[in-house]
Design a protein around this ligand. Structure first.
Ligand SMILES: Nc1ncnc2c1ncn2[C@@H]1O[C@H](COP(=O)(O)OP(=O)(O)OP(=O)(O)O)[C@@H](O)[C@H]1O
Length: 319
């Protein structure tokens, strides 16, 4: 597993990564989500010992990367798919990697098959499409059969078929019990790929929750219509909810911070007839934007707002 504690990286006046603390657990895909420039690549580089933290630690299986014995067998990473010698064939690139790290050469044909590159294994990597390069990068990451895998924006530039393939591939790796961390700025893509999300904005932790919890935020406002509106209003208020008349002046109410299930059950318990019960259609992007916007807001008032140093508690107000 991966453990990040108080991880911080500054470049001059820029706090690229700002006091991040989170864990990445095995057996699931964790999406590392944030807009461009949020600090995802910098964090991953520190996890892999390619950059030194200004403060804090990042450990893999309990140790900093540079202290791992046989790191290729513990961690595999895909940071830059074009990191290959253009005149080397896919097979010789992987053989070179295997030889450099003491991995048996027999693994090379296995990983080529795993990523579907057997037919082009003898072709020069310089002529590969982006999708094929990504597959070769994945093959390299898998060479040492590691339990921990880090992928930085692996779907960038891929066609829909390539995206579906890579999504299934990452899920299969997690199902085998591996720890899989995958970064992206594409929220919808992550909601389809990941089980858990770590969301950052301006280097700071904004959310650390399951995809299910995150997506439930997209339905936080429920609209309910009933011929017994006053009774329903009383019943909802009695449960600590805050119904409000619908903005369009119809015989409907909107209720924040609640699920359609909860309202349906309260209505049933009070024998109230419902004519409509629907969650709002706020998109995941809107939830994401709201989170990111709050990071911008907090950073401006960093030293004055109470609790501004803490990550947004997410999902907010659900419990
Ligand atoms: N070597 C560096 N020197 C100076 N600033 C840097 C350096 N590397 C990153 N930064 C800055 O740190 C911040 C975070 O960058 P980072 O690349 O980690 O973000 P990211 O979330 O991976 O974004 P992207 O998806 O655009 O790569 C940005 O403001 C970036 O300009």
């Amino acid at each position: 597993m991966i453990n990040v504690q108080g991880l911080t990286k500054t470049y001059g006046a820029t706090r690229a990564v700002d006091d991040l603390t989170f864990e990445v657990k095995p057996g699931m895909v964790t999406g590392f989500l944030g807009p461009n420039g949020a600090g995802k690549s910098t964090t991953m580089r520190m996890m892999l010992g390619l950059d030194n933290p200004t403060s804090g630690t990042a450990t893999i299986n309990g140790r900093p990367y540079r202290e791992l014995t046989d790191p290729l067998r513990q961690v595999g990473a895909l940071l830059d798919a074009k990191w290959v010698h253009p005149n080397r064939s896919a097979r010789s690139h992987l053989r070179w990697m295997a030889a450099a790290s003491g991995v048996p050469v027999s693994r090379v044909d296995q990983v080529l098959e795993d990523v579907g590159l057997t037919a082009v294994a003898g072709k020069k990597a310089g002529g590969f499409s982006l999708g094929m390069s990504q597959r070769l990068g994945l093959a390299g990451a898998l060479l040492g059969d590691p339990g921990v895998l880090l992928f930085d924006e692996p779907v960038n530039g891929l066609d829909p078929e390539g995206i579906v393939w890579i999504r299934k591939f990452m899920r299969a790796l997690a199902t085998q019990g591996r720890t899989v961390l995958v970064s992206s700025h594409l929220l919808t893509e992550m909601s389809l790929t990941a089980d858990h999300l770590v969301v950052i904005g301006q280097g700071r932790l904004m959310a650390d929750c399951s995809v299910k919890e995150f997506t439930s935020q997209a339905q936080r406002i429920v609209t309910v219509r009933s011929p017994q509106l006053p009774q329903l209003h009383t019943a909802l208020v009695a449960q600590g909810l805050a119904p409000a008349p619908a903005a369009d002046g119809s015989s409907a109410m909107t209720v924040p911070d609640v699920t359609t299930d909860q309202i349906g059950e309260i209505a049933a318990a009070n024998s109230i007839v419902l004519h409509e019960l629907s969650g709002s259609t706020a998109s995941l992007e809107e939830v994401f934007m709201a989170l990111t916007a709050s990071s911008v807001q907090y950073s401006g008032a960093k030293n004055t707002a109470p609790g501004s140093g803490a990550p947004t508690n997410f999902p907010g107000g659900q419990q």
